[in-house]
Structure formats: C-alpha cells, structure tokens
Design a protein around this ligand. Structure first.
Ligand code: AQP
Length: 344
C-alpha cells in the first residue's frame, strides 16, 4: 500500500456566530494537533456561499474565523491558515470529484436534507455538491487526518469513498505516473472527546448551531462574561439532581450536554465531572460551569475581537497562508491532471 506523509486538514465556515460547538468540536483539536502534525486550517468561504450570504458580512466573517483560529492558539507561522477562495485548485478538484462521486451517494447526505428542508427544488446546486468540495479541500493536500465534530462524519466517509473510487478508476494511470497503488489517502476523521456534538442550550435534541435563530441556544466565542453567565443560567435542565454515574444521564439530553461541555472545557471525562458534582443540584453546577466557561472562553473572545479589527494583520496571515497552501495544491493538481489525461 502507498505510504502518505501524515498531514492534518480542517476548516470552519465563515457563516457568523462562531460558537462553543465549533470551538470544542473542532478548534480545540486543531490547536492540539499542531504539536504532532503539519496542519492546514482553512476558512472555507466557498462553502459559505452554498446558502445566501451578504458580501460585507461574509468578508467580516472570514476575518473573524481567522481571528478565532489565532486567538485560540493556532500558530499561522508554523502551520498554514488561509481562506479557500484564494486557492483556486479547491474548486478545480471539486469539479473532478463531481465527476467521480455518484448522485446516489450525495442523495444520502443527511446535512443536505436538513439544510435544504422541504424546499429541495430551490436549494443551490452548490449545497447539494458541498461534500465533493469538502473532499477536494482535504484531498487537495493529500491530508491523512481531519479533526471535525460528529456532524461531519458522513461527509468524511464520502471523502474516503471518493478517494478510493478515484484510486480504483485511475489505478493504471496512477501507477504509470509513479504514484504506486494509490494517489489519494483515505483521510481519517478525528472525532473524540466528551463534546463531539455540543447541543443547543435551549433544546438538548438539537445541535448547537450558528444559524439557530435563538442566540440563547449557543455560547458565541464573542460573548462577554455577563452574556455567557446569563445563557448558562437560562440553559434548559430537568428537575432531578445530577447523577453520580454517566448511565444516569441517559434520556436527559440537556444534563448530558452541560456535563459534556464542562468535561471538555476542563480537560476531564464525564465520569470525572459526575464524581465531583453528582447528587448536587443544577444551580451549583451551573455556577461552576459559568466560572469555567468565562475563564476559558473570555480571553479567547477578547483576543479574537482585538485581532479581528487588525484587518491588515489578518489579511496578511491569509495571504501568506494561501501562498503556502497553493504551493502544495498546485503540485497535487498537476499530478491529478496528468493522471486524468489532461494536456497541460
Ligand atoms: N454543535 C457542534 N458540536 C460539535 N462540533 C460542531 N461543529 C459544528 N457544530 C458543532 C464542528 O465545527 C466545525 C466547523 O463547522 P462549520 O462551520 O463548517 O459548519 P457547521 O457544522 O454547519 O456549523 P454550524 O454551526 O452548525 O452551522 P449551521 O448553523 O450553518 O449549520 C466542524 O468540524 C463541525 O463538525
């Protein structure tokens, strides 16, 4: 089997309201992986326009996600931080993958069904083809590891299917061009920890999401200490005390969610949190969660606000990252063109 250099790729959409789910499900892992891997962290702005966006807000959101990356501890000098639209090869490889993936595969994607809702006929073609672009984002760099939240698991499986089908369909050409038995790796999802799916603070059956109309459903990374405290105090719970064992969280989605958030923010497991708080009531637990959340998120939010306003710094980070990403992208895309039989 072909050997691939370990490389991490992941992204966040600049669609506003970066929240605790994005932070715990993705950004925290991005930061951790920096010490063991070469990483590319992308602001996936091409994905953002699969649903309507206002140009000025999109521009501000691209800078805000970049600021969040840096504020959370991603080092843009050591690793590559960039926005997708500055590297045209993402769209180029996505087209190739549109021709590799099957309509049936895309039709099974639950995120499309959720986002398109009842009015599928009116959804953009881009929203439908989104997983092919996501596969291209990852495979353009022949990335081997992808830290994501639980909601992206199905898209990652599709990226693996696309990589395998490309490798099979073009096996002879891949070998003839000196790439052995596979050009693309099968990227591994990294979905671990107690908060891979952070739920809404208002409804434990719904994912915490940027587009939820209720701001009380999520903690935004830009929220100040008072707002964080208010949102946690108002978070939905149930009348029972906290259990001492994780089994006692079954069928209590709101309690489970808050315990998971506490565990993830404090670098603990749920059983450890329950050992400390089990048997107690929610108000004491919520007070501890407020203190922890403010201590962990407050400095990131403040730094994010400061950096976001330093437009020339943020734009320089993105330009430098795009230049370095393009160096890898150009080489891999040229190899793909040779494999496919294009003349260049
Ligand atoms: N609630 C969540 N819990 C854990 N991880 C999450 N992620 C998103 N929501 C949660 C992870 O954050 C990364 C970036 O997500 P994204 O911005 O690319 O897209 P998304 O999943 O569509 O985010 P939202 O907030 O849910 O936006 P809307 O409201 O537009 O649907 C990904 O790794 C994702 O798994």
């Amino acid at each position: 089997m072909a050997k691939f250099i370990e490389r991490v790729f992941s992204g966040v959409q600049p669609t506003g309201n970066l929240h605790l789910g994005n932070y715990l499900g993705a950004i925290v892992k991005f930061v951790e992986l920096q010490s063991t891997h070469d990483c590319l962290y992308c602001v996936v702005d091409l994905h953002a326009i699969t649903v309507p966006q206002k140009p000025e807000e999109l521009r501000a959101n691209i800078r805000e996600v970049t600021a969040a990356y840096v504020a959370a501890g991603i080092d843009p000098k050591q690793h590559i931080v960039f926005n997708q639209s500055q590297v045209a090869e993402h769209a180029e490889l996505a087209w190739v993958f549109n021709c590799v993936a099957r309509v049936g595969w895309l039709s099974r994607m639950t995120q499309f069904k959720e986002k398109a809702g009842k009015d599928k006929e009116n959804a953009s073609v881009g929203l439908y083809a989104y997983p092919c672009l996501m596969a291209a984002d990852i495979l353009l760099y022949r990335a081997t590891h992808v830290p994501v939240g639980e909601d992206q698991k199905q898209h990652l499986e599709l990226a693996r299917d696309i990589a395998q089908k490309f490798n099979l369909d073009f096996a002879e050409s891949i070998a003839a061009h000196g790439h052995g038995d596979a050009f693309f790796p099968s990227p591994e999802p990294l979905i671990q920890g107690p908060a891979t799916r952070v739920m809404s603070l208002r409804d434990g059956s719904k994912k915490m999401s940027k587009s939820d109309p209720s701001d009380y459903s999520r903690i935004n990374l830009s929220d100040d200490a008072d707002t964080i405290a208010q949102k946690i105090r108002k978070a939905k719970t149930d009348p029972e005390a906290l259990p001492s064992e994780p089994a006692g969280l079954a069928h209590r989605p709101e309690a489970d969610n808050l315990v998971g958030i506490y565990a993830a923010l404090n670098g603990e497991t749920k059983p450890e949190v329950l050992r400390a708080f089990g048997g107690g009531n929610f108000s004491a637990f919520k007070s501890a969660l407020v203190d922890l959340s403010v201590a962990k998120l407050g400095p990131i939010g403040a730094e994010m606000k400061r950096l976001k306003d330093d437009v020339s710094y943020i734009d320089a980070v993105l330009a430098d990252g795009a230049y370095r990403a393009k160096t890898i992208a150009r080489e891999n895309m040229a190899a793909v063109k040779d494999i496919l039989g294009f003349v260049r």
